[in-house]
Write a protein that binds this ligand. Sequence first.
Ligand SMILES: [Zn+2]
Length: 259
Amino acid sequence: MTITVLLPLGLLAVGVVVGPWLGIIADRAVERLPPKPTHRCTSCRRALGPSTLRPVLGWFDRCTGCGLHKGVRYPMIDLATGMVFAMLGLRFGMGWMLLPYLGLAAVLIVLSAIDVETHLLPNIIVWPAFFASLFLILVISGQRDYAEGIYSALLGAAVFTGFIGAAHVVNEQGMGRGDVKLSMTLGLFLGWLQPDLIDTTRLVLATIIVALVGGGVTGLVYNLAKSRGRAEIPFGPALAAATLAAVLVSGSVLDTVSL
Ligand SMILES: [Zn+2]
C-alpha cells in the first residue's frame, strides 16, 4: 500500500482516538471547568470512569448515577473527527500544510459541539485558535513565498470577516458576534489556499452560501420534526462544516508545502 492510502487510514485512527479528548474539551469549556481527563454524564453531570475514553465504544457504558448513556454527542465527535482527519489526509497528503488544517478541524468540531448545546462560541477557544492559526501560517509560509502566504491568509480573514460582520450588523439575532470572531480564523485558512483576491472572495462567498442553505435546511427539518415550539439553530456548525467542505473541494492547493 502506498502513502496515499496509508495516510488517510492512519489519520482515521488518530482522529477516532483524539475524538474523546475533544469531547472532554467541549464538555468542560461550556462550564469553564478546570481540565480533567474525564467525561461527564450529559444527563446528571456525574464524572464517569476512564473506560468512557474508549473511542465510540465508551458510549455504550452506562452512567452509574442515572443509568443513562453519557450522551450521543461523544461518539458522534469521535466518528466525525476520524472522518474529517482522513479526508484532510487525502486532500493534502504528507506535508506541512496538513498540520494546521488538522488543528482547524479539531477546533471546529469542539466549537460546533459547544455551539449546538449552548448557542455560544466561547472566547476561551476562539481567540487562542485564531492566534495559533496565525502563528502556524506564519511559520509554514516561510517554507515557500513568505509574503504571499501571509498576505493571502490575512486577505481571506478580512474578506470572510467583512461578509459575516456585515450580516451581523443587518441581522444581529441570526448572526452572532461569535460567528464574526470565528470567521477571522475560517478566512485565514480559506485565504491561504487562494492567493488571488477574486478567487478568495469567490471561495468565501460560496462557503457562506453553502452554510446559509445547509443551516437553513437543517433548521427547517429540525423544526418540522419537533412536535411543538420552534428552536433557534446555531449558525457556527454550518459555517464550520461549509468551511471544511470548501477546504476539501476547493481548487488546487497551489504550492503545497511538501516535507
Ligand atoms: Zn448520569
